[in-house]
Design a protein around this ligand. Structure first.
Ligand SMILES: C[S@@+](CC[C@H](N)C(=O)[O-])C[C@H]1O[C@@H](n2cnc3c(N)ncnc32)[C@H](O)[C@@H]1O
Length: 293
């Protein structure tokens, strides 16, 4: 008996399959009995895939061979139907990491958009956690929910409120707040009220001016410490026997992540002195300003 032919290893109707051609171009298909997938490489009956192995090779009627695997969440996000601009996989992973999203966490999210970040947060909080999303534009809901439901078996722990997150947050003692909205600084008072002590807020924005306004608002509020801003540059490599080099193309820019921790205000009422990421130089070091920390 073929040991790989277990139920888990086989494609079933309703499954997503990611087909890859010899040039690494990707095509995502939802399998259904009796359907046919068409592309410039020819026709492929879904029935040729259903009941066969994940990781198998499938031949179109024009003789092209396609590899079929299950898409990762990142693959799905890249290929899924979009409304508003999505957060890309390179940032999604870092958001989960830097906002420290954990199983069982209660997370407030600002901005539903196309549902890429929401799907990622739901996966990270798991069935014991909860995601409560504030979104101002009701029209994004149908497409976002279709996307989220494709990759999230149970969405009962997702609540969506059609409201501006700038107007305040109803919930209290929440573990994490993650935002992808244009003016996150407007949400700062509400975030301070909603976050549990030690809770983390993370904002994703595309421009550095937005980062600065958010950071200054957090500092002025006084209830946030450990404020940090980063961006991620991700470069893939071409590796063959004859040549090893970076790929020619990369996503040069997507956005910046800023995180902060809800704390008691500093007893001296001053903003913290900041060093760079290496900790080698404090602001004011060159001017000889005294560090009174
Ligand atoms: C860039 S999209 C979010 C994309 C989403 N993170 C994703 O990965 O698919 C920004 C979303 O924030 C929503 N939005 C803008 N201002 C808002 C506010 N004040 N409160 C809540 N949502 C807001 C927009 O309607 C839009 O759907």
């Amino acid at each position: 008996m073929d040991q790989t032919k277990t139920d888990k290893n086989l494609f079933h109707p309703g499954d997503l399959v990611l087909l890859t051609d010899r040039k690494s171009r990707r095509y995502m298909v939802t399998l259904a009995e009796g359907e046919t997938y068409h592309c410039h490489l020819g026709r492929l009956e879904h029935g040729q895939i259903i009941g066969n192995n994940v990781g198998g090779w499938f031949r179109t009627d024009k003789g092209h061979i396609l590899l079929g695997v299950r898409p990762t969440l990142g693959d799905f996000v890249r290929e899924m139907p979009r409304g508003p601009q999505i957060v890309y996989p390179k940032d999604l992973g870092n958001i989960v990491n830097f906002a420290d999203i954990f199983p069982g966490a209660t997370v407030i999210e600002g901005g539903l958009g196309s549902g890429a970040l929401t799907s990622t947060l739901l996966r990270a909080v798991g069935s014991t956690g909860k995601v409560i999303n504030y979104e101002i534009d009701e029209s994004v809901l149908p497409k976002a929910m279709r996307n989220i439901e494709r990759v999230t078996p149970d969405t009962s722990n997702l609540e969506i409120k059609i409201r501006s997150i700038y107007e305040g947050i109803d919930e209290r003692d929440v573990d994490r707040i993650v935002m992808d909205v244009p003016e996150p600084w407007q949400a700062v008072p509400g975030i301070g009220d909603a976050l549990t002590m030690g809770g983390i807020v993370l904002s994703f924005v595309p421009t550095i001016l937005q980062v600065q306004k958010f950071v200054l608002a957090l500092e002025e509020d006084g209830r946030f410490q450990m404020i940090e801003s980063i961006e991620t540059l991700l470069r893939s490599w071409h590796v063959t026997e004859r040549s090893v080099r970076p790929d020619h193309r990369m996503v040069a820019h997507s956005g910046f992540l800023t995180t902060a921790v809800r704390c008691e205000p500093r007893p001296d009422g001053r903003a913290p002195q900041k060093g760079d990421a290496s900790g080698e130089q404090q602001d004011g070091a060159e001017s000889g300003e005294e560090n009174t920390d």
